[in-house]
Design a protein around this ligand. Structure first.
Ligand SMILES: [Fe+2]
Ligand SMILES: [Fe+2]
Length: 302
């Protein structure tokens, strides 16, 4: 990079930070629910950044946020509201009760999660294309970028996940056999259909939160599934895929709840968001029910 380029980049970043501060101040005066302006608020921003430092050490950084940080009262309030709605479904308790640790559970969840994870970049890019402003698109595309490995193609998440599954002993043949038994009307097909049917930004943002809200339960259920014995559990605990996801999912939830707080202010907007949210949540019910049904189907004799 030439000296001129570096200078242009420096001027550009100064402009950006001036604009961000001006916007931040504007938002602060507009939003009656935000806390005090000044030192206390800056401490809040720094606290939010510090909470992300472990993920940053692993090469991930949270989306820059000036208002709706993880400890913003509105973010906390709505996260707990939406988490409550998700918990009411009892999806994970039902799956754990029906499917104790087993090799079959490891192969089924490996196959289904890999397929889901391979599908998500398309879904997130499509969602980003559907929202109507670049600012909303900015917030939506962050997760797609992460799923695609950011600037390193060797870190595409579905591939990283398959590496973990392979470490647990699951083969391509196991995966093909599980997928051959998946019913034709899949949960993924209805998820795709729901997104494409939407006509408003709020529905799109809502389905993204519905998909993210049980992120921690999802990742732990996937972990317990692949960890079909104690030795595998120890090995997977140190696997890059699980280290990353145990850190970054918290930020995904914050980001998608912030989309609600930031963009859904009227009753009508909130109703539309809720419709998308229910579709997203409904997907998890179907996904884990399918997994449970497949675990109940005996594996084919090889
Ligand atoms: Fe991921
Ligand atoms: Fe996520």
């Amino acid at each position: 990079m030439t000296g001129l380029h570096l200078e242009m980049q420096r001027v550009h970043s100064i402009r950006l930070s001036r604009r961000s501060i001006a916007q931040y101040r504007k938002d602060m005066t507009r939003d009656k629910n935000t806390m005090t302006i000044g030192d206390a608020k800056m401490k809040t921003i720094h606290a939010g950044n510090a909470a992300r430092s472990l993920a940053e050490q692993a090469g991930y950084s949270g989306t820059v946020e000036y208002i709706y940080t993880a400890d913003h009262p509105e973010v906390l309030r709505w996260t707990s509201h939406f988490e409550g709605l998700a918990a009411r479904e009892g999806v994970f308790e039902a799956f754990e009760a029906a499917c104790p640790r087993s090799w079959r559970r490891a192969t089924v969840v490996s196959a289904l999660w890999h397929r889901f994870s391979s599908f998500m970049p398309w879904f997130l890019c499509q969602a980003a294309a559907m929202v109507s402003t670049n600012e909303k698109r900015h917030y939506v595309i962050q997760t797609a970028f992460e799923e695609l490995g950011m600037r390193d193609a060797r870190e595409i998440h579905c591939d990283m996940f398959w590496n973990a599954a392979a470490q647990a002993g699951v083969s391509e043949k196991d995966r093909a056999e599980v997928l051959a038994d998946v019913p034709a009307a899949t949960a993924l097909a209805s998820l795709r259909g729901a997104l494409l049917s939407y006509g408003t930004d709020e529905e799109v943002l809502g389905i993204l939160l519905g998909l993210e809200i049980p992120a921690r339960e999802n990742i732990e259920t996937v972990f317990r599934s692949l960890a079909h014995d104690d030795g595998t559990a120890v090995a997977l605990d140190a696997h890059r895929f699980f280290i990353f996801h145990r850190q970054i999912e918290i930020e995904h939830v914050r980001l998608t709840v912030a989309n609600f707080v930031r963009y859904c202010r009227t009753e009508e907007q909130r109703r539309r968001f809720q419709r998308g949210f229910s579709n997203g949540l409904g997907f998890w019910s179907r996904f884990w029910n399918t997994a449970s049904d497949l675990v109940g189907v005996p594996a084919r004799a090889s």
